[in-house]
Design a protein. Structure first.
Length: 193
């Protein structure tokens, strides 16, 4: 998840560090084949799924992990979304075919991923709360607008947060995705970034 921007240097409260430790323990228990790492010294507001030395890694940077607008549910969703890049089945990112696209990672996080997390660790994701917290960050405190409910660019919901949030709040947020518009566009033009 790329949010952009940086969080100024802050001294994390002990409660926040304890929450992050608890989330990490639960994710390492639920998804033992993935490597989760906090990089609190990096203030970028971001998280990413990558392959490092053949290991499927999830990196959560300090700007995101310590952001005051985010709490337990939004952090849990971010961890699940990043795990979804590695574990979800479906369309891949055009610039890294080993990772699921953002739409598929979102759906996996809201559905199968949250179910596995709960079953294996006891941690529950309250998706509505997570999305509200993330919306505040994505929109700098502004409520998202859906002008005329027009389709997002490239017909991919992840190019606009309001569409992404609406898709996840839908009655069936983890419906199957068979094609990724971004992937189709990039492969049709012969580029994979």
């Amino acid at each position: 998840m790329l949010f952009g921007g940086f969080l100024p240097d802050v001294n994390p409260a002990l409660e926040r560090l304890a929450l992050l430790d608890a989330i990490l323990i639960d994710f390492r228990t639920a998804f033992p084949d993935l490597y989760f790492e906090l990089r609190l010294d990096r203030r970028v507001i971001n998280a990413q799924a990558i392959l490092l030395n053949g290991k499927r890694c999830i990196l959560i940077y300090g700007g995101l992990a310590l952001h005051p607008m985010l709490a337990e549910n939004s952090l849990t969703f971010v961890f699940l979304h990043e795990a979804g890049h590695h574990l979800a089945v479906g369309p891949r990112l055009p610039f890294n075919l080993s990772l699921a696209c953002d739409c598929v990672a979102d759906n996996w996080a809201a559905g199968e991923g949250s179910e596995v997390l709960h079953r294996r660790s006891g941690r529950r994701l309250l998706i509505g709360t997570a999305l509200d917290e993330l919306a505040r960050l994505m929109n700098n405190g502004q409520e998202p607008e859906l002008p005329g409910h027009a389709e997002p660019i490239l017909n991919c919901r992840n190019h606009k947060w309001a569409f992404r949030k609406n898709a996840l709040e839908a009655a069936q947020p983890h419906a199957s995705i068979h094609t990724c518009e971004l992937f189709k566009r990039e492969t049709r033009h012969g580029s994979v970034y």
